[in-house]
Design a protein around this ligand. Sequence first.
Ligand SMILES: Nc1nc2c(ncn2[C@@H]2O[C@H](COP(=O)(O)OP(=O)(O)OP(=O)(O)O)[C@@H](O)[C@H]2O)c(=O)[nH]1
Ligand SMILES: [K+]
Ligand SMILES: [Mg+2]
Length: 400
Amino acid sequence: FAGPHSFTGEDCSELHVHGGPAVVGGVLQALGRLPGLRPADPGEFTKRAFQAGKLGLTEVEGLGDLIHAETEAQRRQALRQMEGELGQLYQRWSEELTKALAHVEAFIDFSEDDNLEEGVLARVAAAVQTLEEEVRGHLQDGRRGERLRGGVHVVIAGPTNAGKSSLLNLLCQRPAAIVSPVAGTTRDVVESALNIGGYPVVLSDTAGLRETQDAVEREGVSRARDRLQRADVVLAVLAAVDVAPEPGCLADALRAVLPPGALAGRAPCILVLNKADLLEEGRGGALLGACGEGALSPVCLLSCKTGEGVASLLSLLGAQLEQMCGDPLTGSPSLTQARHRLHLTSCLGSLGRYHGYKSLDLVLAAEELRLARRHLGKITGRVSAEEILDIVFRDFCVGK
Ligand SMILES: Nc1nc2c(ncn2[C@@H]2O[C@H](COP(=O)(O)OP(=O)(O)OP(=O)(O)O)[C@@H](O)[C@H]2O)c(=O)[nH]1
Ligand SMILES: [K+]
Ligand SMILES: [Mg+2]
């Protein structure tokens, strides 16, 4: 593959050999005898592609995510990022900033000559404000890209013996957690990675919430509460027989399950009324009717014993995941890493300070634009050489 059209931009050659380990080993040995030839370091091809400007950092990250994608939605998001959409968005912002900066610098340098067009600074201020709004909107995405990349944390919580561990085992289709009729069986948080409708989920089973004198169980309950605080979605499990079919029972039931203030509207919750097989005929419908009325959370009846209701639980959960992660193919591309969020937040900070400085000291204001641009450059890996003068001359007329 002749450069610069190869993956790394350099001249490359590829050997296609038969796939047996002995053949590959023999070829590698023969190659090893050639002077100057060595195996590539991990990621070296991609690093060279980056250094040759063939890929931006976000594309490199997308490629890495694509290789590690475990679910369909993750694959789509990674592919989109690898193909450059996220990088292009940041690149466009960076170009707009460069332009704004060029105009401010031109104003600083040439405004005394009276040769500048009118209203340059007002146009820059408007452009900066538009950019701020775009960046802010991009940041307020409910962390959907990061969630999709890292997995949505779904926490199973509830009183002892509600069937929380049974639910974990049912969903992950293996006996991951110990199930027993003894209240207080689970102490450690038991985690399992799942694929639900193409979305990656990290499902945690936790100790039953209750007051106890047992020191080990108390530690378990404290870990359960801690996990609840960090949940993206809570599956609140109750034994259906313990819930009275009366209006308002859902709120009471949730209060009984969740520590006061644990959620405070933070994580969405799905109420699972388990052991439906133990309910008398017709009681299930009455329960759903009473609980569902004015409900804050979706409710479903389930039996871990018979498997009844699993499909409806999965569809409630799937809808929740879709709402949180979005469809990775539609809308603007999502930021996928905490790193992106950090630099974007810093960029936004600088843009805000631009407005503060612009009427006091234009030089300081220009510096904030430069900083904002550098923060974007850190995301894409393109902290480009100053293209500012080019723009000054290309973009608008200074004197002659
Ligand atoms: N009849 C019936 N029994 C169930 C169902 N789900 C769980 N059980 C039984 O309920 C008991 C407790 O189940 P677990 O899954 O251990 O409950 P848990 O909520 O994890 O309990 P702790 O870890 O002690 O808090 C066990 O004997 C299960 O076999 C169900 O749907 N129907
Ligand atoms: K138990
Ligand atoms: Mg358990």
